[in-house]
Write a protein that binds this ligand. Structure first.
Ligand code: COA
Length: 340
């Protein structure tokens, strides 16, 4: 893409959603055969009953390609018209090249700038902020954000505190430029984003980077997700409420003005803890953890795509999105769903 800044007054408008999950369903009963756990323990502690895993020959980009094509179909846009493709992911195909470059090539987005964004499970919200900023600064008009995750590849199947949680999926959204004064366009009302690296060790894949190259792995678990579950739980319950509250206060809105609350799908207990604190009607809170587990950067657009398909998400709805994850990072945004 090429951009000349010309005093753009464009606003970013979220016009389309889409998702793709791999075929293989992994039930809690199957996990019972790997580690000392029970379906009852997993269901009551997390809300998860099953999740999807990629096949042996699949990676994050394979899921991302299908999701990207579905989003563009929904919007009626050709891949050649995408200016920027952002892939938030914590499980990229490689350290480099970026998963985004691989997806852009395969869908035919040959004009697009493409890059990955790693903010752990907050990746989708961070990527929306990037996409919004690129559009509103006049750098790109059509920005595709596709969270693509194959976390099962980074999982230690002998670690019962992590292997029960994660699943694979790709999902995302298309943001387009709309003139700022166009009628009815409200776009993104704001973002609340943060990071606290002092908790980085609480959710980490220690090896495979420059700190501990794969060639220097001592224990096989070092190349897998390692987590201090209690600390992450404490952090997540705190920031989910705080971030939403700060976001609403910043735009002087009340929770009653929000049509749908969509939290990163990590654990039903985290969401259930926040709902009464935020004072939102549970009917307006989306949750599909039972079928997909934690799909990291894909989780928010995955549950949104389902809600669009079953009618719970309607054009014009104001959505409060909130996420938290490795980094440690967190973020929330208020955005209206405005399909073309
Ligand atoms: N099956 C059975 N028992 C398990 C288990 C499993 N799958 N995983 C852990 N346990 C055990 C622990 O070993 C511990 O036993 P102990 O008391 O004998 O030591 C006991 O259950 C309680 O462990 P605890 O860690 O306190 O459980 P918990 O209620 O906090 O649930 C998590 C564990 C991982 C489900 C929970 O901490 C969690 O969801 N944390 C946040 C994770 C997350 O969302 N990460 C991603 C953020 S983006």
């Amino acid at each position: 893409m090429i951009a000349v800044r010309n005093g753009s007054r464009a606003r970013a408008r979220l016009v389309a959603l889409g998702a793709h999950v791999p075929e293989r369903v992994v039930t809690n009963a199957e996990i019972e055969t790997w580690v000392d756990t029970t379906d009852e323990w997993i269901t009551t502690r997390t809300g998860i009953r099953e999740r999807r895993f990629v096949a042996e020959d699949e990676a994050a980009s394979d899921l991302g390609v299908v999701a990207a094509e579905r989003i563009l179909d929904e919007a009626g846009m050709a891949a050649a018209d995408v200016d920027v493709l952002i892939v938030p992911t914590a499980s990229p195909d490689h350290i480099f090249p970026s998963t985004a470059a691989l997806v852009a090539d395969r869908i035919g987005a040959h004009k697009a700038a493409a890059f990955d964004l790693n903010a752990g499970c907050t990746g989708f919200v961070y990527a929306l902020a990037q996409a919004c900023a690129l559009i509103e600064s006049g750098i790109g008009r059509n920005v595709l954000v596709v969270g693509a995750e194959a976390l099962s590849r980074l999982m230690d199947p002998t670690d019962r505190s992590t292997c029960i949680l994660f699943g694979d999926a790709a999902a995302g959204a298309l943001l387009v430029a709309e003139e700022a004064d166009a009628q009815g366009v409200t776009g993104f009302l704001g973002f609340e984003l943060g990071a606290d690296g002092s908790g980085g060790h609480d959710l980490v894949v220690p090896a495979g980077g420059s700190r501990q190259p794969l060639g220097a792995v001592d224990a096989p678990g070092d190349a897998c997700i390692q987590m201090n579950g209690r600390e992450v739980f404490r952090f997540a319950t705190r920031v989910m409420v705080d971030s939403c509250t700060r976001m609403l206060e910043a735009v002087e809105m009340g929770i009653d003005e929000v049509d749908l609350l969509i939290a990163h799908q990590a654990n039903s207990r985290i969401i259930d803890h926040a709902v009464p604190k935020l004072g939102i009607d549970p009917e307006r809170v989306l949750n599909n953890l039972d079928r997909y587990g934690n799909t990291s950067s894909a989780s928010i657009p995955l549950v949104l795509t389902e809600a669009r398909d079953d009618g719970r998400l309607e054009p014009g709805h104001l959505m409060l999105l909130v996420a938290f994850g490795a980094g440690l990072t967190w973020g929330s945004t208020l955005v209206r769903y405005e399909p073309a």
